[in-house]
Design a protein around this ligand. Structure first.
Ligand SMILES: *Cc1c(COP(=O)(O)O)cnc(C)c1O
Length: 455
């Protein structure tokens, strides 16, 4: 069933409701059965009385009430405001869900979700998880609420192995939450959402399965359709897409989970500003276009890297050589599969988001070649974060995963030779030339050749 642009969350924005400043905010769009790109581009409708096709930003923190006890649609901006409500309704529609609840960062979403676990409870998490999420599990809630987390690698190809590992991990405590992130960071392996949800629910139907779907965005992956209970996004990344908003959202079709999340949003107060919501809405209008182009550029670049003499290994889930390739083909959203440009998927690969990692032809314990390379790039920017229109590059071992002890880091494959690239929307030829120029400068000549021979 295709949801309306505003999903059912739109029920909270009554049409025609007028803010106290006299202007009527954008009417929620109530068309049913529209497709993804239309839902995204038409996430706002012309606003009465002017017909402005871009919505107003409603900065009011308080809304006039008709009489005591009789409020209109909004009362106080922390509980809801026109810009946030429109954004939440649109996010729900893009994930095919009932409700989306926005927070001031992706991390605030994680905080709200782990608050569902009672004192002494247990979480099962994929081992390759976002650094900030790892920090909440291992440095915060274990201390404040004695909540234990078992980390487990669920990216194995064999379904029986995954089911067995999951069952063992769930058995290690009073498991309330199974935390998945797919694709993972920075090794870009996938987890079978349908399989994990099925096995977890078979063991205990009350276990909540959360999927951090930030790297895929709602264009490439819709976890709720695969059996997960909640999708979380850092809108900071692809959804906003322009590297100028920090925000997160939880999306769900469960009324109970929505009630929990709404309480946390309103009571703990980590909410985004109306202006940030407005910016995110503008970003989302081009989500489909951007994601297709991110995928196209990333697949082209990944194949070019495979042939480059100074690159040892390319990790992109859409490459047929990637261990999770079969799962990409199975788990990618049908709309993204339909939009593929390669004719022969098995041979040419799948355009699947814009994140890729690669290994330089150097020692995993030597951080200098990677650092030198990143310093020499002129088009690609050395910076944390990802998912923006501009390409960003980083060395995970020194920038995002430095806190992981070296032995563990190397075991996870995060040596100094590993580089993570968020492929942007530049002309891909310029990205290739930029990388080639820097690679030649660092690895070309006698030193480079020696390294290559000894590798
Ligand atoms: C960035 C990110 C987060 C955290 O989001 P913030 O908006 O920075 O708080 C969580 N998960 C993943 C996969 C991310 O990339």
């Amino acid at each position: 069933m295709a949801p309306s642009i505003n999903g059912t969350a739109g029920a909270t924005i009554t049409a025609g409701e007028a803010p106290s400043n006299g202007a009527t905010m954008a009417e929620p769009n109530t068309h049913n059965a529209l497709r993804f790109d239309t839902l995204a581009t038409h996430n706002t409708e012309p606003e009465a009385p002017t017909g402005a096709i871009v919505p107003s930003i409603c900065l009011a923190t308080a809304f006039q009430q008709e009489e005591v006890g009789v409020a209109g649609g909004h009362t106080y901006t922390r509980f809801g405001n026109p810009n946030r409500n429109s954004l939440e309704a649109n996010l729900a529609a893009l994930e095919g869900a009932k409700t989306a609840i926005c927070f001031s960062s992706g991390t605030a979403v994680t905080t709200a979700l782990v608050n569902m676990v009672p004192r002494g409870g247990h979480i099962v998490s994929v081992s390759s998880v976002y650094g900030g999420t790892h920090k909440i599990f291992t440095q915060i809630i274990n201390k404040t609420n004695e909540i234990g987390t078992t980390f487990v690698d669920l990216s194995h190809k064999d379904e029986n192995v995954v089911a067995q590992r999951l069952e063992e991990a769930i058995g290690k405590g009073q498991t309330k939450l199974v935390w998945l992130e797919t694709p993972t960071n920075p090794d870009l392996s996938l987890v079978d959402i349908a399989l994990v949800s099925r096995v977890a629910k078979r063991i205990d139907p009350s276990i909540v399965v959360v999927v951090d779907s930030t790297f895929a965005s709602p264009w490439f992956q819709n976890p709720l359709s695969l059996g997960a209970d909640v999708v979380m996004h850092s809108l900071t990344k692809y959804l906003n897409g322009h590297s100028d908003v920090l925000m997160g959202a939880a999306v769900t079709s469960s009324d109970d989970l929505a009630t929990h999340l709404r309480l946390h949003q309103a009571a703990l107060g980590a909410v985004p500003s109306p202006f940030d919501c407005w910016l995110a809405m503008r970003g989302i209008k081009t989500l489909g276009v951007r994601m297709r182009e991110h995928g196209r550029n990333a697949l082209k670049l990944a194949k070019w890297m495979q042939a480059h003499p100074y690159i040892k290994d390319v990790i992109y889930p859409g490459l047929p050589e990637h261990p999770s390739f079969d799962l990409v083909a199975k788990q990618i959203s049908p709309k993204a599969m339909q939009a593929q440009q390669p004719r022969n998927i098995a041979q040419d690969g799948i355009e699947y988001s814009g994140m890729l990692s690669f290994r330089l032809n150097c020692d995993a314990t030597d951080k200098e070649p990677g650092a030198a390379l990143l310093k020499r790039l002129e088009v690609i920017t050395l910076a944390l974060s990802l998912g923006g229109v501009e390409s960003l590059i980083e060395q995970p071992s020194t920038m995002t995963h430095w806190m992981v002890p070296e032995a563990e880091r190397l075991q996870l494959g995060i040596g100094h030779d590993l580089i993570r690239l968020s492929v942007g929307l530049e002309d891909v030829e310029d990205l290739m030339e930029d990388l080639d120029r820097a690679l030649q400068a660092v690895f070309g000549g006698a030193a480079g050749k020696k390294m290559k021979m000894s590798a």
